[in-house]
Design a protein around this ligand. Structure first.
Ligand SMILES: [Zn+2]
Length: 435
């Protein structure tokens, strides 16, 4: 097994180098970062391919032990990032500065930090001469995760399924320490919600704004719709992942609103994180009505971001909308519909994660979580139905509340100790799974 201190040092240096490549997407420009990773992995004995749908934006597939019988383990990551406004940061977002025990920069958490930890674990093992005794190890680093994966994971799984097919994927999505009611928890992201975004339209009659009562103001007709969405509570909908989570916390999965009240009584921040997993959420985000200040609008449009538990479709969204808004006074038009998907909660991979957490943080519990957003795991689950895809990047120093405020925000950073912990996890996983 590689030395923990060496893993930490090397992951830290690799992350600092990766951050210095500006891979803000759009436009992405992932080529140079991918070439660095390819060169390192190739030198350690990996068989590498850069697969690109468009010039300058390759995906990297690196394989070790190809051809032998046994499971295929894939460590996944994306090297593009969201943008950063240097004016809001205390350091240059592309400096990879080392300060206060953390590596700072855009992508430190989402997700160059995990890429660095995965690559470091693989490099250290391969350079020591380790090879899978059974099965195959794949490292897949994608481009274009942040804007829809059209030339990244979506394209890769669709066009090159043989290159990326596998039995297990470990990707981003969870793994930070989370505390609730005196207990330490580590989330494993086993599923992702779907997005069913829609437009609500209200109609009235136009008129001159100087005489409000001669018209029928469509914007004012939107008021009850907004009012109904004010609280932001989901339309509760049972599903297996949050039920397992609630049971671990000693709450009643048969009573979702009661469980939320119990969480709120102990820790409102925790409830805010967990509640969206428990049903269909509806968040109004954009509104348009009259184009002129002196014209009462005959039509108003409100856009609502709606997230639906994995496996459910438009019908679930419609039933939640009706439960919240009633059925009169507005019309609905769906803008995009993407169904979420899931992997089973109980698998050998989950057992392995439990064992690791038990060794590193005795007494802590591992809980399944559902991501409200979207990650590359979606594409693997959709393309390879037997594949188990989890999000797990273990971190103990930085807790989930702090991490959530930094992802896509200013001063994104990751503790080097957590990089070492994560690299240890990935190294253990490779050795134990592929023996
Ligand atoms: Zn990400």
């Amino acid at each position: 097994m590689p030395d923990r201190a060496q893993l930490e040092r090397r992951a830290t240096e690799l992350l600092r180098r990766l951050i210095r490549f500006d891979t803000v997407n759009p436009p992405g420009n992932e080529q140079a970062a991918q070439e660095l990773l390819r060169d390192l992995l190739e030198a350690a004995g990996f068989e590498c391919r850069l697969l690109a749908a468009v010039e300058g934006r390759p995906n990297l597939v690196a394989r070790l032990g190809a051809g032998s019988d046994g499971p295929t383990l894939c460590l996944l990551g994306h090297v593009d990032t969201v943008l950063a406004d240097p004016a809001e940061w205390s350091v240059d977002p592309w400096s990879g500065e080392l300060r206060d025990g953390c590596v700072w920069g855009r992508g430190a958490l989402d997700m160059k930090g995990q890429v660095a930890a995965e690559a470091t674990a693989a490099l250290e093992l391969a350079e020591e001469g380790w090879r899978p005794e059974a099965g195959e190890l794949k490292l897949v680093f994608t481009c274009d995760e942040e804007t829809g994966a059209d030339v990244g994971a979506g394209w890769l799984c669709g066009r090159h399924p043989d290159a990326v097919r596998c039995d297990m994927v470990v990707n981003e999505g969870a793994g930070q320490r989370l505390e609730f009611d005196g207990r330490r928890l580590y989330g494993v992201c086993v599923a992702e919600k779907g997005a069913f975004r829609f437009t609500v339209t209200t109609s009235g009659r136009a008129g001159h704004a100087s005489a409000p009562r001669i018209a029928d103001n469509a914007l004012v007709r939107m008021a009850p719709v907004l009012e109904a969405l004010r609280e932001g509570r989901p339309a509760y909908w049972p599903s297996p992942e949050p039920e397992a989570l609630l049971r671990t916390l000693g709450l009643d999965p048969g009573d979702l609103p009661g469980s939320v009240r119990a969480m709120e009584a102990k820790d409102p921040r925790f409830a805010t994180l967990i509640e969206p997993m428990l049903g269909v959420t509806l968040a109004p985000t954009m509104i348009t009505a009259s184009q002129k200040i002196n014209v009462i609008p005959s039509r108003a449009e409100l856009q609502v971001d709606c997230r639906v538990p994995p496996g459910l479709g438009e019908e679930a969204a419609r039933s939640a909308i009706e439960a919240k808004l009633g059925s009169d006074g507005y019309a609905i038009r769906f803008e995009d519909e993407v169904e979420g998907n899931r992997s089973p909660v109980e698998t050998p991979l989950m057992d392995f994660i439990r064992g690791f957490v038990d060794r590193k943080d005795p007494g802590a519990a591992v809980v399944p979580v559902v991501m409200a957003g979207f990650s590359d795991s979606h594409w693997w689950r959709a393309a390879f139905p037997e594949c188990v895809a989890y999000g797990f990047f273990p971190r103990r120093v930085m807790d989930a509340f702090e991490a959530f405020s930094l992802v896509h925000g200013a001063d994104e950073r990751v503790p080097v100790e957590d990089l070492g912990l994560a690299a240890t996890f990935y190294a253990d996983l490779m050795v134990e799974t592929l023996r």
